[in-house]
Design a protein around this ligand. Sequence first.
Ligand code: NAI
Length: 340
Amino acid sequence: MLSRVAARALAAPSAARFFSASAAHQTKVAVLGAGGGIGQPLSLLLKSDPLVTSLSLYDIRGAPGVAADVSHVDTASEVKGYAADQLDQALEGVKVVVIPAGVPRKPGMTRDDLFNTNASIVRDLAAAVARVSPEAHILVISNPVNSTVPIVASTLEKAGVFNPRRLFGITTLDVVRAARFLAGVTGATPDQTTVTVVGGHSGATIVPLLSQTAYGKGVTGEAYKALVHRIQFGGDEVVKAKDGAGSATLSMAYAGAKFTNSLLRGLNGEKGVVTPTFVKSPLFADQGIDFFSSNVELGLEGVEKIHPIGPLSAEEEELMAACLPELKKNIEKGKAFVAA
Ligand code: NAI
């Protein structure tokens, strides 16, 4: 027997696709960078999520327009847009802050090339969250995630409000791509090809653990190498195809909304919500790597439990050996930026 809330959620065509609702809680979500390529479709998808009761859209340009547009969608949540000088108002009372603010890649750029611009944007937004809504859960999309998450952590630490259970780098797009691409090569459907992707969110730091899945185990030799490369560098396909107009926005909005829904389900008390995300993690802390993405159980306080990465194949050991030193450099760069 479905609860009335769950039944309503399933009956709403816009919500049925991938959102699941488990309880009715008051949940205000802010999107910082809501006017952008990711921010706009992400705002629309969050408006469709029955677990979001109020949506606060902020950008240095265009957010009131996006808010007016999205607010006409016939779901229950309230939507309000905020102009450049209204950041503090936008953050009042928010439970979850999603940050896609910043510049995206152009062809030939790595995510690290975005550091100079995005580091200060993310730091300043994190400082505002620390000031206005220090209890909020912060979900970072802005690249390079391997560095921007440590930047947020250090900024919150400086303000004396860092809670590692409430900070997440969104690596869901890598998980989404891995499932889609593995389905493509095996003929299975993506719901059968869920892959745990660990490490970080750029090139060699993205480590798909194909050996841990029934379908992934069967992919070997050149096909394996090609699949791993596609999962690690799938973002480049989009950057190239958009030809200077940016990077993934629609699939990223989907991934961002999907992760936000998982977190909200955990915050609302649903048990067993587990997904990879880039968090402050003890797994490789003894090697000086204190942020890492692995399967994380999400619960009432955010991070409930960080799962170990589990058994690796020989190829995955090699991928990890390439991931760790690069990830360490990216993390240190982020921390050094705030310390400077
Ligand atoms: P975009 O340029 O279309 O949008 C960025 C938005 O941020 C713009 O509307 C801009 O006005 C706004 N913005 C800039 N500074 C701001 C500030 N201080 N406060 C509030 N808003 C501000 O870029 P797009 O395509 O939406 O990408 C955004 C970020 O997401 C990029 O850094 C990109 O690399 C990253 N990204 C992350 C992915 C992931 O898997 N985590 C995947 C794809 C992109």
